[in-house]
Design a protein around this ligand. Structure first.
Ligand code: NAP
Length: 438
């Protein structure tokens, strides 16, 4: 019997568990750990609350979770409640699927002013992640700046723009819905350091901006390269750029007119944020492109802003005893291998790129490597104690473990508390989650 511990119960964790089940069948026991008492990581706390069809993938993970040889071990923080060395002594393979939950820093003066957030914080706030649920961003000003031109920037722009009716059917948490209802934001700047051809926004997500009830996407035609240059783009990117062109053709007009403008500002880098306590303006520098990279031109200007959300990517959280690649912001690994018997998968392996589905082949490939390491003796014979050893250690340390059936009771309580048309009202603090398991 082989024992595998997967640390992190988001998409990468569950696809890896599924792959382990398929590969090893009855010859494996898989424990999926999470520091939260609730599973599914990014699906619960990262995917936008109005993208319920993406969140539905958790049903597939539930099938894996309910198998006899897989169990969920919630409310246990690896690196704190038990060390990585203790885990490696207990399990034949320890797979870190911890994602990339921390914001990359902008690294400019003024970043610590009030009402300046990274997307992990801001997204965590409207998704009810206990770490960020009390963020309480001030939405009383008129202008929000979003830094970065990826899909997370689009999520944030869309959430800031939607009417309460447009959140019907979503699981946006009550505190965020209330704050957004009272929001005065009427200008949203999306700031990119490169040009229209370099956006990291996918067509479906970008197209949603054109469907918003009270917001209009605004692109200046003069900011777009000559249309003939689009031919060199790959088809997906060409679709996104075609959408930018269609926004430009509208010239910021909508019929009837809409009160919120979502303005694309290309080729600018943030130099500093200014304000007295709270952010009041952003200092930007124009860029030019050199071999596809953005280089400052020295020309700077300021724009008044009341809220800043930087959506420029994420970093993995370090765990004591695990080699870390500081430049890349993820665990140091070679094709998922960190040390004998210690692996990384998903964003913790490759950095924060790709869709939820990208983690499926990632998980399967990782399990192939694990199987190879078992077969070649890289990991040693199957003599480790696995879950029995962990249970003894947990009892010794009085760890308060939340199981998958506990989670199902928490989920029931969340479903019961949902407002009309919403799938759930999430608990936003850990104690309330634990209490709800009964
Ligand atoms: P991303 O796709 O990597 O985009 C990050 C953006 O930030 C890029 O425009 C990048 O510009 C910019 N940036 C990076 N560093 C910067 C800096 N120092 N100053 C200014 N701009 C900077 O990251 P993301 O939006 O966080 O998304 C993460 C992953 O999740 C992506 O793969 C994304 O597609 C996926 N996702 C998917 C969905 C969906 O499918 N619905 C939703 C959300 C996220 P450069 O290109 O110049 O580096």
């Amino acid at each position: 019997m082989r024992h595998i511990a997967i640390v992190g119960s988001g998409p990468a964790g569950y696809y890896t568990a599924e792959a382990a089940q398929k590969t090893f069948g009855d010859e494996v026991r898989v424990d999926i750990f999470d520091r939260m008492p609730v599973p599914f990581g990014l699906i619960r706390s990262g995917v936008a609350p109005d993208h319920q069809s993406i969140k539905a993938v958790s049903r597939r993970y539930e099938k894996v979770a309910l198998a006899d040889n897989v169990r969920f071990v919630g409310n246990v923080a690896v690196g704190t409640d038990l060390s990585i060395d203790e885990m490696r002594a207990l399990y034949d393979a320890v797979v870190l699927a911890t994602g990339a939950p921390r914001d990359r820093a902008l690294g400019v003066p003024g970043e610590d002013l009030e009402n300046v957030y990274g997307s992990a914080e801001f997204v965590g706030w409207y998704n009810g992640h206990p770490q960020f649920a009390r963020l309480d961003p001030d939405l009383s000003g008129k202008t929000a700046a979003i830094i970065g031109m990826g899909n997370v920037a689009l999520d944030v722009a869309r959430i800031l723009s939607k009417t309460p009716d447009e959140f019907a059917g979503s699981d946006i948490v009550a505190h965020a819905l209330k704050a957004l209802e009272a929001s005065n934001i009427e200008r949203i700047l999306i700031l990119g350091r490169r040009g229209a051809h370099h956006i990291a926004m996918t067509p479906k997500e970008l197209g949603e901006l054109a469907e918003l009830e009270r917001a209009t996407p605004v692109v200046r035609t003069s900011d777009l390269p000559a249309a003939a240059e689009d031919a060199a783009l790959d088809p997906g990117q060409r679709k996104s750029v075609t959408l930018l062109r269609s926004f430009a053709a509208q010239d910021g007009e909508a019929s009837p007119p809409k009160p919120i403008r979502i303005e694309f500002v290309f080729q600018t880098i943030s130099k500093a944020l200014h304000g007295q306590g709270k952010v009041q303006s952003i200092e930007l520098e124009r860029t030019r492109l050199v071999g596809g990279r953005s280089v400052g031109t020295g020309e700077t200007f300021r724009m008044p802003v009341d809220l800043v959300v930087s959506c420029i990517g994420y970093r993995t959280t370090r765990i004591d005893g695990v080699p870390f690649d500081d430049m890349a912001g993820r665990f140091a690994n070679e094709d998922g291998r960190i040390l004998p018997g210690l692996y990384a998968v998903g964003w913790a392996r490759r950095g924060p790129s790709g869709t939820i589905g990208t983690n499926r082949p990632d998980g399967y490939a990782l399990i192939e490597r694990v199987a190879q390491d078992f077969a070649t003796g890289m990991v040693g014979p199957a003599t480790r104690q696995g879950r029995a050893g962990f249970d003894a250690l947990a009892a010794d340390r009085a760890l308060d473990i939340v199981t998958f059936s506990d989670w199902k009771r928490i989920e029931e309580a969340e479903t019961a508390a949902a407002r009309d048309g919403s799938p759930r009202e999430k608990f936003v603090d850990i104690e309330a989650m634990i209490k709800a398991r009964g």
